[in-house]
Design a protein around this ligand. Structure first.
Ligand SMILES: O=C(O)c1ccccc1NCC(=O)[C@H](O)[C@H](O)COP(=O)(O)O
Length: 224
């Protein structure tokens, strides 16, 4: 099986084009001013135009209000909205209705009970992004380069469609995929040389490691 890969937090043409050349199924743009990966909607729109139709374009927002969402959707024309804040199921529903776009709801995981937060969004969010909780003191809800205990996902309902996220890199992705059977993964700081600076060599290494794991694990994608 071919694992879907989302490369998140892109800011340059070089990184966007390399991600797509490597086979990224999704590319993500961050709209969160405190992030070193923050990008203006018009700049993201120009980058997305270079690769439109060859990958899915994801707009990542954090409890954005409707004015900000309007501006982002109009400038970027994303394929997917990733909601990375504390958006309620009702808010997710209303955003879906407003823009007619699929929503990926990010949820942070640290302990078994955190998986219960998925239930209220089932049938509302189109997909989940399961990320680690931010370390104490971090101003960022995502992009912190920390992992959660992947074994917690043993308890996940097999019908939940999710991307595995949080602290992934070329060294740990094989183990993460073998343990979880995830069909889709998301990475940001694991392919950066400094916060917000994507490194094409690290991107190459990550895709190589994912494709190696794809060859090694069962075609069904079932857990090993
Ligand atoms: O990456 C950010 O700076 C960010 C800021 C605010 C909200 C979300 C953010 N990132 C969302 C992502 O999808 C990241 O790829 C995800 O959190 C994993 O990041 P990392 O652990 O660095 O691979």
């Amino acid at each position: 099986m071919k694992t879907e890969v989302k490369i998140c937090g892109l800011k340059t043409a070089e990184a966007v084009e390399r991600a797509v050349a490597l086979g990224a199924s999704h590319i993500g743009f961050i709209f969160f001013p405190k992030s070193p990966r923050n990008i203006e909607p018009d700049d993201a729109g120009r980058l997305a135009e270079r690769v439109r139709g060859r990958t899915k374009v994801v707009a990542v927002t954090v409890d954005a209000d409707s004015d900000d969402l309007d501006e982002i959707v109009s400038a970027l024309s994303p394929d997917i909205l990733q909601l990375h804040g504390s958006e309620s199921p009702a808010r997710v529903l209303s955003i879906k209705a407003l823009y007619g776009l699929p929503v990926m709801k990010a949820l942070s995981i640290r302990e078994a009970g955190d998986l219960d937060r998925i239930d209220p969004y089932v049938g509302i969010a189109d997909r989940f992004l399961l990320d680690a909780k931010p370390p104490a003191g971090s101003e960022l809800p995502g992009g912190n380069g920390v992992s959660f205990d992947w074994r917690l996902l043993d308890a996940l309902d097999g019908g939940v469609d999710y991307m595995l996220s949080g602290g992934l890199n070329a060294d740990n992705i094989g183990h993460a995929l073998a343990l979880t059977g995830a069909r889709a993964v998301d990475i940001s700081s694991g392919v950066e040389s400094a916060p917000g600076v994507k490194d094409v060599k690290l991107m190459d290494a990550f895709f190589e490691a994912v494709r190696r794991a794809d060859v090694e694990r069962p075609r069904s994608g079932s857990k090993t």
